[in-house]
Design a protein around this ligand. Structure first.
Ligand SMILES: Nc1ncnc2c1ncn2[C@@H]1O[C@H](COP(=O)(O)OP(=O)(O)O)[C@@H](O)[C@H]1O
Ligand SMILES: [Mg+2]
Length: 234
């Protein structure tokens, strides 16, 4: 698995949000960090073909995808846990998970096995499989959103600020699970919470005002004064 953004620029109408961004996600886990408004979500939307590029190219497993439609890109193996949870609150946990596999043939065929895998990561989802999604806690709903994305059997799981709005102990638990998950699947996540993320990612990029201002492995970032000052409050 390899996702490669080459010098991409994109935005909304005449507004350019990302300005010449290059990054590579290969096996393991990669982070994209930066403050609110930096362009993290825009970058994910560009990967999904939801924001057209003004310049540059995006490749997935060597194939150019920035000219493709979202459903084609998803079918090729990219699954996203959006920043805004998009669960169906009036459907059960199990139904929400089933929806995740619905539109992809190989995912539908493997549904029973993938469901067991998701339940092994998140036992609470098995316990609550008959419960309406909308009645679950924030943390459980985030876990369901991750589970639903996994049901599509992606090669690459993208998470847009998974820690957002969750209490610290739940964030810690979620990142523990991502640490196990990354042995089986490639992960690309955006975050403002570097303290938790740096336990999980192999390498990270710092995005500010639509530019990558720093990149490095997790140790390098954790020890970089620029990072500790701005993001770790040290
Ligand atoms: N649909 C949109 N239309 C116009 N501007 C947008 C839209 N979505 C985001 N933006 C702008 O793009 C910039 C980057 O936003 P975003 O990608 O959401 O950043 P982040 O995810 O890092 O917080 C912000 O200035 C934001 O106001
Ligand atoms: Mg965002």
């Amino acid at each position: 698995m390899k996702l490669e953004l080459r010098n991409i620029s994109c935005g909304y109408g005449k507004l350019t949000v990302l300005n010449g961004v290059s990054l590579t996600v290969d096996e393991g886990s990669v982070g994209l960090f930066g403050p609110n408004g930096a362009g993290k979500t825009t970058l994910i939307h560009a990967v999904l073909g939801m924001v057209p590029l003004q310049n540059g190219e995006i490749y997935f497993d060597g194939e150019r995808i920035d000219t493709k439609k979202t459903h084609t890109i998803v079918r090729q193996g990219i699954s996203v846990v959006p920043q805004e949870r998009e669960l169906f609150p009036a459907m059960t946990v199990l139904e929400n998970l089933q929806v995740g596999a619905e539109n992809i043939d190989r995912a539908r065929a493997a549904m029973a096995d993938t469901l067991e895998l998701v339940y092994s990561y998140f036992p609470i989802l098995k316990e609550r499989q008959g419960q309406y999604a909308g009645t679950m806690s924030g943390g459980q709903q985030r876990m369901l959103a991750v589970g639903r994305a996994l049901m599509a059997k992606p090669k690459l799981l993208i998470l847009d600020e998974p820690s957002l709005g969750l209490q610290p102990s739940i964030v810690h638990e979620l990142f523990d699970i991502l640490n196990i998950m990354k042995k089986e699947i490639s992960i690309f996540l955006t975050e403002q919470n570097l303290r938790e993320s740096l336990r999980t990612v192999g390498k990270g990029y710092i995005l500010e005002n639509g530019h990558i201002v720093l990149e490095g492995d997790a140790d390098g970032l954790a020890n970089n004064p620029q990072v500790t000052r701005a993001y770790l409050g040290l």
